[in-house]
Each structure stands twice: as C-alpha cells, then as structure tokens.
Design a protein around this ligand. Structure first.
Ligand code: DX5
Ligand code: ZN
Length: 237
C-alpha cells in the first residue's frame, strides 16, 4: 500500500485534532456510525485493538479493521494494545491502518517494529500506558511520528481522566521531534481537553464523550474549540 503521510502534517498544522474512538460506538451499526463522523467533519478514527494479555480486555482485530476500511475514507489510527505487536503490524497495515501505535510495555526495544510500520507505508506511533515508567519510552521518542500517552489505564473506555498523566504528555512533548504528534487517550471531554492541549497534546482521542453526544460533529467541534482556546495566545480580559 502506498504511503501518504500528508494527513499527519495536516494534523500537526491544525494544532488540535479530535480523533473519535470507535470503542464507544455502536458495533452493530459501524457503517452508520462512520458516516455520522464523516458528515460531522471528522478526518481520523481511532481503533482500539486489545488482546486480553497486554490489557485485561478483548476488543476487535484485523477483520474488523478490514471491514471498516471498505466503507470509509476516514484515516484509521490503530492503537495496538497487544503483546508481540511485531507479529501483527503487517496484517493491520494490509487491512487498511493508516497509523499503527505499539506500546513500549509490549516492545521494550521498539525501533525495528517502528521502522517496519514506516516501511509498510503507515505512520508509526509509540504508546505509554498510564502509570508505566516514562524513562522506558524517552530513549525512543524521536523514532515515532506519534507519541501516545494514556490518561487512563489501557483496556476500557469510559474511565475517569487521570490528571497526573499530564506530566507524561509534557515529557513526551519535550522529547518528541518537533513535527511529531502527541496523542492523549482516555477520559477526554470538555472538562479535560483544555488541560491536555496546554500540556502539549495535539491529537485527542475521545470515545465516550463523542458517542454519547446527540450530534457527533457538534461535539467534536466543541472539543476542538476548547483545545484551541486553551493554547491560544489571546487573553480575554
Ligand atoms: C482505552 C482506549 C481508549 C478508549 C478511550 O484503552 O485506548 O481509546 O476508547 O475511551 P474514552 O474516551 O471513553 O475514555
Ligand atoms: Zn486507544
């Protein structure tokens, strides 16, 4: 599959991009959910892959990504919460993933896998679970185009945002290449997105707060506005 990383550059320019997590969507009506996101102006959807080993839950796998790919033009940001991710990156790329993030806890020496993801034409991401030691990821921070900080323990949607995850966001932003995206994942809503933006995140995964809303597009726009306001230089007197 041909690589096209321009969407990542566009996201970096946008300063704040809300990425709905399909984990909170209606799985029985995925195509309808995707259409509502597209109609609402969303450009990227987040897909959580869990294996019941790295995290205590099982979600969706390659065939679901493949089915989603057939019915949407959205970029697919695939978050692999699985052990031995190197065994599966090719299958997920073939299924249509545009970016693939692996966890440092599953890949203590991730360079080869990140390079493989890039070779396959996808954007490589490196993720840190909430509560995992930041020192492990820092040496590899410049190898990834996306650095993902979990702001809840990985495994379930709908958890409460952990404010101390903002320290990881700050540290990842400081260690990242300037063109890299810092993604935050877990408990992002109207009350927390501004804090995450100020800490240096520019990609905001939001599951429950988007799919619980009556109008997904309006909710995404609201979240984006709050994030941009939080980082704007303007001061309202
Ligand atoms: C949790 C997942 C998240 C989850 C976020 O392990 O990585 O992407 O879907 O869901 P909310 O926004 O509901 O916390
Ligand atoms: Zn996720």
């Amino acid at each position: 599959m041909k690589s096209d990383g321009s969407w990542i550059e566009e996201a970096a320019r946008a300063r704040a991009t809300v990425v709905p997590s399909l984990l909170a969507s209606d799985f029985a009506n995925l195509e309808r959910e995707l259409r509502k996101l597209e109609d609402g102006g969303v450009k990227i959807a987040h897909i959580d892959v869990m294996d019941g080993r790295l995290v205590p839950n099982i979600s969706m796998g390659v065939p679901v990504v493949s089915s989603i790919r057939k019915v949407t033009t959205l970029k697919l940001d695939v978050h692999l919460m699985i052990v031995e991710p190197e065994r599966y990156v090719e299958a997920f790329r073939d299924a249509g993933a545009d970016s693939i993030s692996i966890h440092i806890e599953a890949s203590p020496d991730p360079v080869e896998t990140l390079n493989r993801i890039r070779e396959l034409g996808a954007v490589p991401g490196l993720a840190l679970d909430y509560g995992a030691p930041i020192e492990k990821i820092l040496p590899y921070a410049k190898e990834a185009d996306i650095l993902l900080a979990m702001s809840v323990p990985a495994g379930f949607g709908g958890q409460k945002f952990r404010q101390d995850a903002l320290e990881s966001v700050r540290a990842l932003r400081a260690a990242a290449r300037p063109d890299a995206l810092v993604e935050i994942d877990g408990g992002i809503d109207a009350d927390t997105i501004g804090l995450a933006a100020k800490a240096g995140a520019n990609l905001f995964v939001a599951g429950t707060s988007v799919f619980r809303a009556a109008d997904y597009g309006a909710q995404v726009s609201l979240l984006k506005k709050i994030a941009l306001d939080a980082v704007s230089k303007r001061r309202v007197i």
